[in-house]
Structures are given as structure tokens and as C-alpha cells.
Design a protein around this ligand. Structure first.
Ligand SMILES: Cc1ncc(COP(=O)(O)O)c(C=O)c1O
Length: 375
């Protein structure tokens, strides 16, 4: 059997042969100048047409794509750190997690390939699948038997994509079994870990690490805007895949770079002492979900995202309104974010919440549960 990534090397080889290969070059912009490899040059590659950025001494908005003059020196350190965090050789920052999904899936899955996507995957994954020319099949949520059956269908290459911790259910993808299936079927695994990253696994390495199967994930996609408390998105994978993204990923190439100061912020947050907060968060998750269960709610979440499924849309809105009138904001989530008839109150536990705040919130949830016959 040919190595699975042969097609990636072949595409890169063709790009190089046609003299179209691109490489990111670190730079620093200051007013009309750009410094590249220690040399100060006049910058004729900026879109900051009115010169407003430098005039306000706010010189870290690069006003350009990363392949033109937008590759602020702060990206490299951040990307090296993120690659190490995911035990991959490379990482690439995108302006948002949404774009990271679009950018990763569309460069890999091509015509005659087959993408298998969990039915509860986030809209950015669904949109990414739509952008790709591959055949798409949705498998039942976390249903290994259904995935196995669908993986048996013939295709040039197969890709499985799933969230790590599902954004509206708070459950983990069954990554121990999914990784096994992918190996048995020679399928690539792409993991959107926007909600598991920096929260789950040892040192917050993510949901695949939670199952100790991190090395079997081919491409990680994640957001810097959630647990890391910064902004942006990234992918982490072997160097060849990142190279292919730099050269062919339209949501990476044809948009302005994430501002350098946001890359710096993400690195600062990454290097901060997150572990103490992370461990404390899991205690609070336990307090909240145990509390809800003891009141009588059915809770199936395994994470900081705890949905209370109400079902009916109108009742869910009323439930949310009741919470709000009693000092709690927990967003009612309805179609099309979730299926019709499965509307829910989505609780998101954070380290901001003290034990006392959680206890008080639980009192309100108990009253609400009784009022709306939810317990
Ligand atoms: C599972 C998942 N993937 C991707 C994203 C997009 O991330 P970002 O907000 O960084 O664009 C989100 C955001 O809600 C998400 O929940």
C-alpha cells in the first residue's frame, strides 16, 4: 500500500516544479519600512493605504496576507509552541478557527475522495465539507457501527472529521475507537478540538490526549478564542501538510493576517500558568454537573459544556427568560444550531465561577426545573 501522504508530497513537488512554491518569511513592519532577515526595506507591499496604522503608533496590524507582508515575527514562536503542544512537527495560525476548518479540509479532500462527518459537527466543518469537491457522508453522532459501515464504501482517499468535545452536547467523540477505525480503513483523521483544546487531556493537550491516542490524529484544528482566551485559529499536522496549506489553502492565503499583537497575546496566554486554572475548572465542572444531577436533571455531558435539553423551542426560550429574570444568563440554543425539537439551555462552566456562584445558580436551576417540568 502506498503511504497515505504520497499525494501531498506529489502536489508539493508539482508546485515546486512550476516555480510556484511559497514560503513564509518572518518580518516586522514599522511605518513605511519592513524588516526582513535583519534588513530594513521600504515596504511597497502594504494595503494600509491611508497609513493610519503607523500614524497611530499601532504598528502590529500588518494590512496584508501572510504571504505578502503580513507574516509578523510573532507567528513563528506561537506556531512552534502550538506544534509542540500537539506533538506535531508544524502548526499554522489562521485568522479564526472557522477559517482553519475551511482551510484544512479543502486542501486535503479532493474529487473522488470521501469525507465522513459526524452529524453534530460544527457549522464551520459543514461549510468546509461543502467547499471541498469530495463526496460527503454524515454518520450518526458518535456511532461507531455507522461510521464503520460508511467507511467500507470505496473511495480514492477517506477522511473522517469530528469534533473532540462536541460544542452543543459537551460529550467526547469516541476517539479511542474512531482512531482505530481510521487506521483499519487507511483513513485520515481530522479533529476539530476547539472545545477540548487547553481544557482536556494532560496539561490541556486536548481530547485526543484524554484517550491517549493523540499520535493517531492526522490534522488538528482548533481555536485560540476559547479556552486560551485569545483570538484566532490554527491547525497542527506534519510539516508537509502545513506546507501544502501555506501553498494552497485559500482561507489562509487570500485574507489579511491575524494582527501580530493577537499572535503575541495568544503566545502570552499559552505560556501563562494555565494548569492550576484548568485543574480548578474540572472541579467546578464536577460541582455543577453533580449538582444538576442531584436536582433531577438528566445530564450526559462529560465536560465544561453542559446542555439541559428541553426539546420544544418555545419552552426553551421561556426557560432561558426565567433564568435571566433570576440572575442567570445561559443561552437557549435552537435550530439550526441544533436539530428541531432538541432545543436546549447551554451551560458553559468557566473558572470565573466560584463555588458559591455555582451553588446559587443551582438553586435557580432547581426552581426553573420544577416550573418547566424539566426535572
Ligand atoms: C467546534 C467549533 N469549531 C470551530 C469553531 C470556530 O472557532 P472560531 O470562533 O475561532 O472561529 C467553533 C466556534 O464556535 C466551534 O465551536
Amino acid at each position: 500500500m502506498k503511504p497515505r501522504t504520497d499525494f501531498i508530497s506529489e502536489r508539493l513537488r508539482q508546485i515546486k516544479k512550476a516555480n510556484l512554491y511559497r514560503r513564509l518569511v518572518d518580518n516586522k513592519i514599522s511605518g513605511p519600512y519592513i524588516t526582513i532577515q535583519g534588513k530594513k526595506l521600504v515596504n511597497l507591499s502594504s494595503n494600509d493605504y491611508l497609513g493610519l496604522d503607523s500614524r497611530y503608533h499601532f504598528s502590529q496590524i500588518q494590512s496584508s496576507s501572510r504571504l505578502i507582508s503580513g507574516n509578523d515575527i510573532s507567528f513563528k514562536k506561537l506556531e512552534d509552541s502550538l506544534a509542540h503542544h500537539k506533538s506535531k512537527s508544524s502548526a499554522l495560525v489562521f485568522p479564526t478557527g472557522y477559517m482553519a476548518n475551511l482551510g484544512a479540509i479543502s486542501i486535503l479532500a479532493q474529487k473522488n475522495d470521501h469525507i465522513l462527518s459526524d452529524e453534530l459537527n460544527h457549522a464551520s466543518i459543514i461549510d468546509a465539507c461543502r467547499l471541498s469537491h469530495a463526496k460527503k457522508t454524515v454518520y450518526k453522532h458518535n456511532d461507531i457501527t455507522d461510521l464503520e459501515k460508511k467507511l467500507r464504501k470505496k473511495a480514492k482517499r477517506k477522511f473522517v472529521i469530528t469534533e473532540g468535545i462536541f460544542s452543543m452536547n459537551g460529550d467526547y467523540a469516541r476517539l479511542d475507537e474512531i482512531t482505530k477505525l481510521c487506521q483499519e480503513n487507511n483513513a485520515f483523521l481530522l479533529l476539530d478540538d476547539a472545545h477540548g483544546d487547553f481544557v482536556a487531556g494532560r496539561d490541556g493537550r486536548g481530547s485526543a490526549d484524554h484517550f491517549r491516542v493523540a499520535k493517531n490524529v492526522d490534522v488538528y484544528i482548533s481555536s485560540l478564542s476559547k479556552a486560551l482566551g485569545a483570538f484566532g485559529g490554527y491547525i497542527a499536522a506534519k510539516k508537509e501538510i502545513i506546507d501544502l496549506a501555506v501553498n494552497t489553502s485559500r482561507p489562509f492565503i487570500y485574507t489579511s493576517a491575524l494582527p501580530g499583537f493577537l499572535a503575541e497575546l495568544a503566545l502570552k496566554r499559552f505560556l501563562s500558568n494555565r494548569e492550576r486554572k484548568r485543574l480548578r475548572l474540572w472541579k467546578k465542572i464536577e460541582q455543577f454537573s453533580k449538582g444538576l444531577k442531584s436536582i433531577g436533571y438528566t445530564i450526559e455531558s462529560q465536560s465544561q459544556i453542559i446542555p439541559i435539553i428541553i426539546g420544544d423551542e418555545k419552552r426553551t426560550l421561556e426557560f432561558g427568560k426565567y433564568l435571566r429574570n433570576n440572575g442567570i444568563f445561559a443561552q437557549p440554543i435552537r435550530y439550526p444550531t441544533v436539530n428541531l425539537g432538541s432545543a436546549r439551555i447551554r451551560i458553559s462552566v468557566t473558572d470565573w465561577l466560584s463555588e458559591d456562584i455555582i451553588s446559587e445558580a443551582l438553586i435557580v436551576f432547581e426552581k426553573a426545573g420544577k416550573k418547566f417540568d424539566a426535572i
